[in-house]
Design a protein around this ligand. Structure first.
Ligand code: AMP
Ligand code: ZN
Length: 112
């Protein structure tokens, strides 16, 4: 499923540019346009769904797939000493793009 108004669906379709660091048939990883750490990547499933709370069995498999891929991608992109994963759920968390994504933050010692 894709949403024609969704910025991450547009990136996945190649309709708007992004600094991609990894892509396969299920997921895409690219650099955040407004990085909050020395390394700030976004891991996005190609299947569009908005929120962690919309998780079902199939989507859980997709998120599991991404979580299994992320360590190698993070280490290859400047996060050898560790990194933090963040999923913002909803407005109180400041979610601005409603297409589920995992932030990968690292490349420096991160304040909590
Ligand atoms: P969230 O607040 O969890 O919804 O995070 C959305 C993230 O997407 C923010 O960190 C934005 O800087 C980032 N972002 C928005 N548009 C783009 C874009 N076109 N390319 C790369 N990152 C983007
Ligand atoms: Zn989308």
């Amino acid at each position: 499923m894709t949403d024609k108004n969704c910025v991450f669906c547009k990136i996945a379709a190649g309709e708007i540019p992004a600094k991609k660091v990894y892509e396969d048939e299920k997921m895409l990883v690219f650099r955040d346009i407004e990085p909050k750490a020395a390394v700030h990547l976004l891991a996005v499933a190609k299947d569009h769904f908005k929120l962690l709370s919309e998780m079902d069995g199939e989507r859980a498999e997709l998120v599991k797939y991404m979580l299994c891929k992320i360590p190698e991608i993070a280490e290859q992109n400047g996060c050898k000493n560790g990194y933090r994963l963040v999923i913002n759920q909803g407005e109180d968390a400041g979610q601005t793009v409603f297409h589920l994504h995992i932030h990968i933050l690292g490349g420096e010692i991160l304040p909590w």
